[in-house]
Design a protein around this ligand. Sequence first.
Ligand code: UDH
Ligand code: MN
Length: 358
Amino acid sequence: MRYRPTTKRALRVVVAVFIGSLLIIEVFDGFSFVRETLPDSLRREGLLSFLRGKERPFCPCPHKPPSLLGFRDIVEVDKPMSQLEQELGPLLRHGGHYSPPDCRPHDKTAIIIPCRNRWPHLRVLLNYLVHVLIRQQLDFTIFVIESDQGSTFNKGILLNLAVLEAMKRDRYTCFVMQDVDLLTMDDRNLYRCDQQPRHLAAAINKFKYTLPYPRYSGGVYALSLEQLLKVNGHSNLFFGWGGEDDDIYHRLYHVGYTFTRNPEEMAKYWMIKHKRDKGNERTRQSTMLLQKTMSEKRMFDEGLNTTRYHLDSVEETPLFTWIKATINLTEVLQPAPPYIKSLFENGLQFTNKKPRTR
Ligand code: UDH
Ligand code: MN
């Protein structure tokens, strides 16, 4: 059967509410409520066309997107950002937004990419990923989350703050956590959320295209808003390399979820070769957190509900929404209960020991 897109135009209803000094604007566009910052929308569309509403596709997107290419070998191409903006910018809306013109995707997806001092990787990734996500017919926004240079890298906090900041901007229902150096080799491996958490980067070249250990579920994975909220997001406490991915695995497992994956041949990823970064050394605390203060015990004591950060800026560039934040160890620990604070009494302790993953 041929898939025939239809579109409908609906009059928009705008509901504005003041809470304290905060103006919250909900726009009903005939299909669903969307949160808008009114001045932005007006600037984009003009008053009349804003009130008249946009043409929005009516049919749900097909289960199998029609334009997928399947497996492709990766050639790492690093183009200057200005060239990428010229080539990919016309495909996206400013801020790195896209929605398919001919169908309505099930989810509004935030692609979350932590990135500090890895700009060449980001350029290579964007050059691939934007096309893949478009072929997969997703409604997506690309968020790049950068932390300050002074703090020890903490991927868990960056992922949490990205979720919090994304939700301030729109009603995202699906979050894909994407390492900056992992290129999907097969667009049949859909960046979609499901009833269960999805592990996408299941077969990485660095690990000879298999899982490095059976419970590994890091690198690239998709969690629905519901799944994230049920486990209070990621831990904020894994400073330095590793651990936050094993921790969220345990959180999810504890509330009854298991990661699902595509078969190996469809879940291949290419990791751009790199050395370990400065400022991302392993800490003894990460090992202790996984062993002593088990993930399931900590889950509701710390996570999305206790994420502390300074938001330095949020900037919409042609290809992504760029969030910069500063992380401070003392402030991160401030809401933590005593059994956690005591692990950090003498500051971060760096180690070369391989962490155990339970
Ligand atoms: N990252 C940065 N800057 C840094 C450090 C990390 O942007 O200085 C981000 C980046 O998105 C990167 C990700 O964090 O891709 C992960 O860091 P990594 O690339 O150094 O990690 P690695 O390649 O992959 O070692 C981890 C796979 C096995 C982990 C098993 C532990 N549970
Ligand atoms: Mn890597």
